[in-house]
Design a protein around this ligand. Structure first.
Ligand SMILES: Cc1cc2nc3c(=O)[nH]c(=O)nc-3n(C[C@H](O)[C@H](O)[C@H](O)COP(=O)(O)O)c2cc1C
Length: 148
């Protein structure tokens, strides 16, 4: 079983709740998880599995608790080879910048050499007022890859 870091980007608490929920599910499957709500780059370096769960704020921007790490990643461009990641992006489709933060993060992590282990999940809160429900279904589709 793998150790998995769940990093959340959240302003109103929704993405944080999804992170806690996915963490509980993974723990009940025997994985060791750590949820970080104000991550820094060093939180990535010693872990090989990352689940990034972020909502979008501003106009396609990262929530304030995630922005500093993502800006540091963009500026410092560390080599993330060896890191395996997946992104859950939460947004509202009435915005032109729907799920912009999760989309940016998904591209950046790949550009820095990390390996995507699942296609990004975009959750529209207009369709899913409880984003943990589609997130749980998404997790069950690919979590076997965590044991490979
Ligand atoms: C001020 C504000 C700006 C937002 N901007 C966007 C946006 O640009 N794109 C998007 O998809 N959703 C946007 N949203 C919707 C949030 O991402 C959505 O409500 C999400 O569920 C909030 O998650 P949180 O509770 O983790 O912060 C915005 C919401 C607010 C309140």
């Amino acid at each position: 079983m793998k150790g998995i870091t769940l990093i959340t980007g959240s302003t109103l608490g929704g993405a944080e709740y999804v992170g806690d929920h996915l963490s509980d599910l993974l723990e009940s499957d025997g994985h060791t998880t750590k949820v970080i709500n104000e991550a820094v780059i060093d939180d990535l370096s010693h872990n090989d599995h990352l689940l990034l769960i972020t909502s979008t704020h501003g106009a396609g921007d990262y929530p304030e608790n995630l922005a500093p790490m993502m800006e540091d990643l963009d500026a410092q461009k560390p080599d993330l080879k060896g890191l395996h990641f997946a992104v859950v992006s939460i947004g509202d489709s009435s915005y032109d910048t729907y799920c912009g933060a999760g989309k940016k993060a998904d591209i950046l992590l790949e550009q820095l050499g990390a390996t995507r282990i699942a296609e990004r999940l975009d959750v529209d809160v207009l369709e899913y007022p409880m984003p943990e429900e589609p997130a749980e279904a998404w997790l069950s589709q690919w979590k076997s890859k965590l044991c490979e």
